[in-house]
Design a binder for this molecule. Sequence first.
Ligand code: SF4
Length: 361
Amino acid sequence: MHSKSARIWGKKKNRQFQALVLDWYATNQRSLPWRSQPTPYRVWISEIMLQQTQVRTVVPYFERFVRRFPDLASLACASEEEIMALWSGLGYYRRARNLHRAALMIAGEFDGKFPDTLRKIGGLPGIGRYTAAAIHSIAFNRPQAVVDGNIKRVITRLHAAAANEPEDFFWRQAKAWRHNRRASDFTQAVMELGALVCRPARPLCSACPVQSLCKSHAMSISHRVPAPRPKRASERVDLVVLVLESRGKVIITKERAAGFVPGEWVLPAKIISAEKTDRAKAAKSLAKNILGRSIAVEERMVVRHTITYRRVYAHVFYADVKGCRIEIPEGGNICLADASGGDNFVTSSLYKKALNHALCR
Ligand code: SF4
């Protein structure tokens, strides 16, 4: 049986809320780099970077990214490798690949101009319902209902709603309080309220501009948060990784053993079973595939790394292969990179760590 959904506010309360939040935002908003020139391109990049990632982590990445790729044209012309290098460390690498795909799509289908309708924005790779609405509202000043985790929490508390309120309730409330003229400021103001005042733990009710409208505060239950989405269970992945060094160079490859590790060029690696695989044997056989002959490899260390829900254990093996003839076919899948600058080619933080540790840097 469904419990009855909470009622959304009427016109008068929505107007009060708009006025209070906008007043507060005018003097309390943080100075963030994407707010200084909120072009569709910059708002889009910031919204994608902010997915699953905190503002303070995103700021330096955003600044570097837009310095290197100041507009859609420069992003569309970039190589995936270069985009990945700038994204390295930010995680959820599919976001970066989708940015590139979307930039190419805009160049091809929209004449290089960022689309200005909700439907077209929502059709770009990597953009879901929330992100499309946020971009349309913030960058184009269009009244859109915008609901993310922060806004859901604010709505839950304002209404003292049940923790498992149906999704539709939040979208109906967000639609009802849209601001027609100042959509961009209003959307950012509600987001800012959730981030700075109506925080997940210990909301700052005494400094809250909408305290007078808040049912949870009146009922002294302002700590309540919406039920979290069930998390994907974490999964352990074991890899053997090879650092094959020859006269100051290391072998890198385009054969990606683990698709979830980013980068076009990676260290030779293989997924193994932690219980069943003999790691040294697996490393030797991988080296033999590359070099065409058996060599001795030495296990140097285990590098632990987390990529989204995967806990990766990389068992790093090292061999000095200066005595081996290494065939490097032109345009092939392996090459020799300078060991001192090898990490410029290898963009994943996991392989960078493996390389630096194995070479004792
Ligand atoms: Fe959130 Fe407290 Fe403000 Fe209510 S009064 S909206 S719980 S910060």
